[in-house]
Structures are given as C-alpha cells and as structure tokens.
Design a protein around this ligand. Sequence first.
Ligand code: PBG
Length: 324
Amino acid sequence: MLQRPRRNRKSEVIRQMVQETHISAANLIFPMFIVDGDNQKTEVASMPGIFRYSIDNLLREVEVCAKLGLMSFDLFPNIEESLKDKYATESHREQSLYLRAIQAVKKHFPEVCVITDVAMDPYSSDGHDGLVENGEILNDETLEILGKMALAHARSGADIIAPSDMMDGRVGYIRQVLDDNGFTNVSIMSYSAKYSSAFYGPFRDALKSAPKFGDKKTYQMNPANQREALIEAKLDEQEGADFLMVKPALAYLDVIKLLKDNTELPVAAYNVSGEYAMVKAAAQQGWLDERRTTTEILTSIRRAGATAILTYHAKEVLQKGWLS
Ligand code: PBG
C-alpha cells in the first residue's frame, strides 16, 4: 500500500495540522428573542438555554457575548397579540419594542453588528410573512410594508437587514428604498433559499408567530428542491444582496454547497430552532454527547461552505470553550 490515509490521523498534532475546517467566534451570529417590559428573562420551553429578554437584559446579554468575542446578533421580537394587525403596522411604528431594541444595542455597543429580520409574521394578525387577502399571500403589496420595515430598521441603526419573508423581488425593492434614503452602507443578508420547514416549530413558539391558517408553502421553498435554490440565489445576487443564506442548515448541506459553488458572495446558513431543540432534547436524555454533537454539526455546516452560521448554540460553545 503506497497510500495509508491513517498516517495523517495518527496523532492529535497531525490531525490538527491537516484539519480543513475551523470555526471561530467571528463566524457565528447569535439569534436573540426580545420581549417588552423590564427585567424579563423567560426561557423558551422548546429551546432550553434560550431566553426572551427585555431590552435591559438584552443589553446585559450582549455585553457577556461581546466579551466572548461573539459580536453579531440577529434580533427577533415577541409582540403582544393586541399589537398585531393585518398590515403589521407595529413593524415600523416609531418607539416600537423592536426599534427601541436596535437603538439600545447600537447605542451601548456601537462596535457590534446588529442584524434585523424583515418579514411580517411576528406583527401580523394572520401570522404570515406577507399581507393576506382572501386567504392569499399578496406579493407586491407586501413589498411596500417590507420596505417600510427595512427603512425603520436602518434608521434605528441596523448594520444588516435580513429579509426572511421569501416574497419575489424583495431584495431589489429593499435595496432601492435603502439607497433612496441614504442608507447605501446598510447591508442585505437575504434568506435566499428558505425552505418550508418543520424545523421552525420552536421559533414560532418563542415568538407566538405561527400562521393562523394554512402554511407557508406558497412562498417558502419545497424541501424536495435543490435547483430552485439557484434561481433564488441568482435573483438575490442581481438585486443587490451582500450575503446569501440557506435555511435550515443541517438538513440542507447540499444546498449550502450548491450556493457556495455558484456565487462569489459569502454564504450564511441558519442552524434553526428545531435543529437546536433536537440536540438539547437528546442531550438532556443522555442520548447524545452534547459537546461533540454540537461541534460536529457546526463544523459540518462550515465544511459544506457556510461562511457565517446563525446558531442558538453560539454563546454556549464559546462560553464553554467547545470550539478549541
Ligand atoms: C420568520 C422567520 C422564521 C425563522 C426566522 N425568521 C420562521 C418562519 O419562517 O416561520 C425561523 C428561525 C428558526 O426556526 O430558528 N420569517
């Protein structure tokens, strides 16, 4: 045998020397949930270790994360049912919880990167990402609302706008609105290939944002499709996206690789709530080694081609030194 691949695995030093994929704090984005009120910190039942924070506690948490080198945050609001309406007006109301949260984080920690989610669902009385009329999700009418939302986020100090709604043409529309208003430096991280996935279940619990009727299959992608992701990716690129995202991550590693091979833009992947919940549940039962499972998952997502990973594990892996 001339080739004995095991020789490159014979010691820890050599294994590390030939290791192809690494993850550091710089690659991680921490999604965080916000609620109204003071001194609130309530755990999401289906996501052990993940909390909804009021703004004061959010700031404390961001400070802890920043000390760990975790500098990027994707914020999501839990909105009271009484503030929701058909047009998601709460999503761009001045002084709303979400806008105050963005402002507070950027004011106290100007060096961190705040990523904001653009979609109607947390604010919509229908629980859909777009405007609903007679049971249908209207595309072009939704764009206007998304544009207002993105502009409000930019005015509040958002560094990156992340449209997660999957309406057609939204990246170009939002880019235009931002540029017309002088926000040429605000980036867009597009949820390019966002699948209609069962793995979002715990997130919808966290925000109480589940659709009130039907499902999201007329806008989110069919999990059976790979090539369709290229159509979405190409459009987003043409429309001015700065990052392309694949979501979920673990069940869609092939899609991450496909986008990586077909774009020069950085590809991000969202290791979603259900993926997190599965690991936590199995670890609690003692059925999986949590450290090894978590790092293996994150490494696989990077290996597939993701530059940045949005993950609920972000703080824990850094705090516990699991990446070293
Ligand atoms: C909403 C949105 C969702 C997620 C991020 N933004 C849920 C959905 O589309 O229903 C899911 C994130 C997760 O599951 O962790 N537009």
